[in-house]
Design a protein. Sequence first.
Length: 407
Amino acid sequence: MIGQSCNRIMNQRWGLVLILLLPGMLGCAGTNPSGVVDMPGVDELADVKELPDPFLMDNGTRVKTRADWDRRREEIKAMMLYYQYGHMPPAPKIIIAKELSSESVYDGGATKKHVLLSMGPEGRVKINVGIIIPKGKGPFPVILKNDRRIFNVPIAEEIIKCGYIVADYVRTDLDPDRKDAVGSAQAAYPDYDWATLAVWAWGGMRVIDYLVMLDVVDKGKIAFTGHSRGGKTALLAGALDERIALVVPNGSGCGGAGCYRFEGKKSESLERITAPERFAYWFHPRFRDFAYKETKLPFDQHFLKALVAPRALISIDALGDLWANPYGTQQSHRGARPVFEFLGAGDKLGIYFRTGGHAQNEDDWRTLVDFADKVFFGKTPASGKRFDKLPFPDAPRPFSWSVPKGN
Ligand code: GTR
């Protein structure tokens, strides 16, 4: 019956099993992949040395209005999925949420639940979700993280005390993160050409399908984060899913917040990440065609950041994490800024670099909460942290175009 029922009855029994029939997904149509149009191959594409102009539409004109941008946004999504990540199936019509455990934690300050989501054909796609809910009626803002296990946020109790729900899910339930492996999600939807990062991002969106059905959740204040490959996942999901109000890629680098055209010393390149013996399977196979030919890409990662606007985005990184391309993360930040400004959301785009290496440490989590407090509640961080300090302020501007006038 899972995934086949088209009736409109929603049976909500929090504490036992919650069956979600998702709004807007009530039709009985099948899950055919949307018609994917062929795009030019690498040799047919223009060579663009600077960060490409996100406002330049496929028809050669520049975005002038918000409506133009909405159309341009669809073009950008289409090309980034086509060349880089692959296409995802639509949301399943039904998700079954089974509560496996529930306990009071932090001296009664919160409730900690382990929930198993099942979805897709015969409910074969399963996702373990951990959710810690502050005491009280809510609704509470949420910080969701993708990870390899649940209940793995280092300062969860502190975040709960700030009034946030802390949730995480096991992305490897959907795709085990091994080359040549077909995970449960790819097996359940064989008609889609989605690679691993897209699978993990899709899983996050399904967890959000679940979260937005809970009364305790403030649906307008959902933040999504992850570290490293999880940061790449968070940025991709945040670019596509407009229910994510704040996107926080941490240490995401290549394939995430770092751009391909501009790389600092010792950083991971498109060629390295897509090498068959390394992480080719995270990406669509055609992405490797751009190895050593990054200037042929009709986009760069500032386009992915731009898709988040006018919602909020902060990349959190470490200066010593050279492999994750701090320099390129700054340059993609600069390339995305004009889009945030065009949409009147310049203050929603943040960047933060700490000293040290590759991790999502306690300081990073505090930075995340400070930025969330700022964009969700207008609070100035007591820590005095700023979210606009460029680590390489003298770097040349990586593009020559500017914000269109007269929006
Ligand atoms: C590295 C990979 C990075 C990053 C990292 C991680 O080996 O080269 O792109 O994703 O793994 O996820 O820890």
